[in-house]
Design a protein around this ligand. Structure first.
Ligand SMILES: C[S@@+](CC[C@H](N)C(=O)[O-])C[C@H]1O[C@@H](n2cnc3c(N)ncnc32)[C@H](O)[C@@H]1O
Length: 201
């Protein structure tokens, strides 16, 4: 069976567009040139490429080869260096990696059970003082139907993120309903949750 994300990403269009995620843009002042950054499940590279344009050294990981080829092309068109790795993040060797920032935008492919492991990996691969920027959907998104997974258990609540990242300094945690236009994949009023957290130094 063909991989569902490869099917979504097939063709010339960028499923989530080529502009960075709106929440990520609001966090630009926290991001400094020279920082090392993991773009988690970066898809077609809209966020990884923008981060590289800000001067960060970015590793974009995803398990869709179709997406990563488009990410490679986007980076080339924009004239930035983007390191790319094809991998299943639920089965990746995180041990050799340490980053100043981890950017995890709409990574709700992980169901409970796997999600705890994934969140632990995100934390472990941050350097002391490193920043995690994460955005996802809350369960109310199932009413809006403007993007995201249909499994309610994969979505985030503020309580869940507060508990999962209790060992970090939570700098910002906000649930909000906002209109986003991110390609055809995320389009319209959306129930979102944003997290910015710092690993203890
Ligand atoms: C909703 S998309 C978000 C893509 C990107 N972060 C963005 O905001 O444009 C989810 C991404 O997760 C990737 N993905 C799903 N399961 C994965 C896994 N086990 N390991 C790595 N990537 C995965 C998909 O290929 C897809 O690109």
């Amino acid at each position: 069976m063909a991989y569902v994300w490869d099917e979504r990403y097939a063709g010339e269009h960028y499923h989530f567009g080529t502009e960075p995620n709106a929440f990520l843009l609001t966090q630009r002042d926290r991001l400094k040139p020279g920082m090392t950054c993991l773009a988690v499940a970066d898809g077609e590279g809209r966020n990884g490429v923008w981060l590289a344009e800000q001067g960060l050294e970015v590793l974009a990981v995803d398990n869709s080869p179709v997406a990563l080829e488009k990410a490679r092309r986007l980076a080339q068109q924009r004239g930035v260096a983007l390191q790319i790795e094809l991998a299943d993040l639920l089965d990746w060797d995180w041990s050799g990696h340490r980053f100043d920032a981890v950017v995890a935008i709409f990574i709700q492919f992980a169901p409970p059970g796997m999600r705890e492991q994934l969140f632990a990996d995100l934390k472990r691969c941050l350097k002391p003082g490193g920043l995690l920027l994460l955005q996802g959907y809350t369960p109310r998104q199932l009413d809006y139907k403007t993007g995201g997974p249909s499994q309610v258990e994969n979505l985030y609540t503020a309580d869940l993120l507060r508990a999962q990242f209790a060992d970090m300094d939570i700098l910002h945690l906000a649930e909000h309903d906002s209109v986003i236009h991110e390609g055809v994949g995320h389009d319209g009023m959306s129930a979102l949750i944003d997290l910015v957290a710092r690993k203890a130094g």
